[in-house]
Design a binder for this molecule. Structure first.
Ligand code: GDP
Ligand code: IMO
Ligand code: MG
Length: 448
């Protein structure tokens, strides 16, 4: 008779020790491995919270940085030695030349990726450090065309970035998508085009009349083919080997296709839970979930935004915060911090490390408001985002501050002015959670 426990020991003995060098590719991954070195960082509002900057900061201690969803609808800004860099597809660890991965749940425009990779390499990144999942889906000129056409025909446009995101995810779900692994095989690529011509009546015409775009697409596919691999298998091996892994979200929790303000959302799962499904890893492996919120709120594109401001305070936030889209250049809508929405994001994502960012932008406003409930919402505790379209906020007012601190250098949160500390304490009390870190400037060092 075999007892279960001894059988497991036997299996482990056959598979070898747990902590071998992952580069050798021999670390066994079993359901019994218990990695706890993976953190997820997500936006806790409608995107543009400062994820790029914070991934850059936190990735100093990481071995691998991973994008798990979205595509080049994202625009993540990082300042490296005073120089501004904007990334749309590459994880924000490239400027530290860390291993970087684009996972299965990402939609990849090969032309954009090729260009971005070239630029990153000219800043010292080594292309061999980029792993692109063969399971990721490719955005083609056809998908970009569909996105533009759909937006034009909708009676209420979403205000998409027109980067082909929705149609690419849609083809994935329809099981007619083009996976990155196809980059390695011109034959499979040709078969895909043939199939599309049969399934989509206008595809053949589009292929013919946009031959230059397709040529550029095909060329980029060939160029990125070297990076395409079974990235998820490598990720699991690194996790089991105890490597430190940081997963970088794009967009924000309130743009989640299931849990955001549908239909004014993006087409992927932006919440933290989406990371495990998109990357093929166990939820048991996640350690911390960082959620980033601005000290106020912004939104690009259409959709509900209860605390939106169209007055002098809104102009202050837009001007001082330089609130212009990093991808499309569109002005971002600005408003007061919405704690009902933020609490929802904290709950839905299980955020245990809350970061409040861009606190400096509030300096100079006499009075600050924070939304604490909605007037018309029937149930502020349930999922207010299901019914927030008409929501009118109830506000709590606090005194503003002229300067964040009287001290020349802010070394701890205690250095902030009394008013600043009261603002932060109010957020902590409402969310019943300590703020983990606070950002107050664009560069790598402006945080406590
Ligand atoms: P992401 O999409 O979440 O990475 O954010 P974006 O890069 O789209 O937008 C954030 C913008 O705010 C960028 O221009 C950043 O340089 C800037 N930023 C980030 N953190 C701070 C901060 O603490 N203070 C100020 N004033 N700007 C910041
Ligand atoms: P990062 O990662 C802010 C918004 C668009 C639009 C909606 C759907 O920089 O925070 P899509 O092109 O995804 O189909 O557009 O989502 N959106 C973003 N807003 N930041 C982003 O990314 C966004 N990515 C998409 O403006 O309202
Ligand atoms: Mg952005």
């Amino acid at each position: 008779m075999i007892t279960l426990g001894s059988n497991l020991e036997n299996v482990k003995a056959i598979q070898g020790p747990q902590n071998q060098n992952p580069a050798k590719g021999v670390v066994p991954v079993t359901s019994t491995n218990d990695s706890k070195n993976i953190d997820i960082l997500i936006g806790a509002q409608w995107g543009d919270e400062g994820k790029g900057k914070w991934v850059d900061i936190l990735s100093e201690k990481s071995d691998l940085i991973v994008r798990y969803q979205g595509g080049n609808n994202a625009g993540h800004t990082i300042y490296v030695n005073g120089e501004k860099k904007v990334l749309h597809l590459l994880p924000s660890g490239v400027f530290r030349n860390k291993a970087c991965m684009i996972g299965a749940g990402v939609v990849v425009n090969p032309v954009v990726l090729q260009e971005e990779l070239k630029n990153a390499c000219s800043s010292g990144f080594e292309a061999k450090n980029l792993w692109v999942s063969g399971r990721a889906h490719l955005i083609t000129p056809w998908h970009i065309h569909l996105d533009q056409e759909f937006e034009g025909r909708r009676d209420k446009p979403i205000g998409t970035t027109k980067r082909g995101i929705g149609p690419t995810y849609s083809d994935r779900a329809r099981r007619i998508g083009l996976r990155a692994s196809f980059c390695k095989s011109p034959e499979r690529m040709a078969t895909w085009k043939k199939q599309m011509s049969m399934l989509e009546p206008k595809f053949s015409d589009f292929l013919e009349t946009n031959s230059e775009e397709w040529k550029a697409f095909d060329k980029a596919c060939t160029q990125i083919a070297k990076q395409v691999c079974d990235a998820e298998a490598r990720l699991r091996k690194w996790a089991v080997a105890g490597k430190s892994i940081l997963i970088e979200g794009a967009q924000g929790a309130l743009l989640d296709v299931d849990h955001g303000s549908y239909p004014f959302v993006t087409s992927s799962n932006t919440i933290a839970g989406g990371a495990c499904a998109s990357l093929g890893i166990s939820p048991r492996w996640i350690r911390d979930i960082y959620g980033i919120a601005k000290a106020y709120a912004t939104r690009v594109g259409e959709g509900p935004f209860p605390t939106e401001l169209n007055d002098a305070s809104g102009k202050h936030l837009a001007d001082v915060g330089h609130e212009k889209g990093a991808t499309t250049g569109r002005p971002r809508r600005c408003g007061w911090l919405d704690l009902v929405a933020l609490k929802y994001a904290v709950d839905v994502c299980g955020i245990n490390k809350l970061i409040i960012n861009k606190l400096d932008v509030l300096s100079g406003l006499d009075t600050l408001k924070i939304c604490t409930s909605y007037k018309k919402s029937a149930d502020n505790d349930a999922s207010p985002w299901m019914e927030a379209c008409e929501a009118e906020p109830n506000y709590h007012e606090l005194s503003g501050w002229k300067k964040l601190s009287e001290k020349p250098n802010i070394a701890t949160a205690d250095d902030f002015s009394d008013e600043t500390r009261s603002y932060l304490a109010y957020i902590e009390k409402f969310l019943d959670q300590k703020i983990d870190r606070i950002g107050f400037g664009v560069d790598r060092s402006s945080f406590v």
